[in-house]
Design a protein around this ligand. Structure first.
Ligand code: GRF
Length: 201
């Protein structure tokens, strides 16, 4: 199974996938890493692993729609079976969402605390338990069908950074395990419910 991974930052979730695919029993390969900006650690991680990279910056396009189309074309060039957003900080447009299945990961227990500040929002709300969610991306912000979730405790004295680090430890494992099962077993979506396994399997 051919994976294209999209990143916007440090890429520790990407790194977990790069480490996992080294085991040929995992059932997937990272064929390319894409980003919406240059100079991020996520791209350096891909280069160190010898994985092709591409950058498609919104600022380089006259409209958002042009960027959406350009990004979809760059992704298509690598013939992915599955696109994985791993800390990708843009909402994907219809050209990408209609061409490929897309998995996303979010550092909160959706539908609680969607959006770019899920960790900060959970902390401010005063929850005692938060977590992470792996889901199929749809046109909304963190609204797609949920595939897997894992809970993470909020501890005394946590700030956004310490809580996010604790979440990311769990999130990296959840993403790797979930993507691996999708690659090896396939998946079906019925309404909002995602199940592993092939149709009619
Ligand atoms: C992850 O927690 C992801 O869910 C969120 O941003 C973080 C990205 O971390 N959107 P990294 O770039 O994978 O280290």
């Amino acid at each position: 199974v051919r994976l294209v991974v999209l990143v916007s930052g440090s890429g520790t979730n990407l790194q977990a996938l790069l480490d996992a695919v080294a085991d040929e029993t995992y059932g997937a390969r990272v064929v390319a890493v894409g980003a919406d900006r240059d100079g991020i650690e996520g791209l350096a991680r891909a280069e160190r692993a010898g994985v092709p990279t591409f950058v498609e910056r919104l600022a380089d396009h006259p409209t958002r729609e042009e960027w959406d189309r350009a990004l979809a074309e760059r992704i298509a060039g690598h013939r992915p079976d599955l696109v994985v957003c791993a800390g990708f900080m843009k909402i994907l447009g219809a050209p990408t969402l209609q061409a490929f299945p897309v998995v996303n990961t979010h550092p909160a227990l959706l539908p609680s605390f969607p959006g770019a500040h899920g960790v900060r929002d959970a902390l401010a709300y005063g929850v005692r338990v938060t977590g992470c969610t792996v889901m199929l991306a749809d046109a909304g912000v963190d609204t797609g069908p949920i595939i897997a979730q894992e809970s993470v405790p909020v501890l005394e004295g946590d700030d956004e950074a310490s809580l996010h680090e604790r979440i990311k430890t769990v999130e990296r494992t959840l993403l790797v395990d979930t993507v691996g099962r999708m690659a090896r077993e396939g998946w079906t979506v019925t309404g909002r419910i995602v199940r592993f396994g092939r149709p009619g399997g």
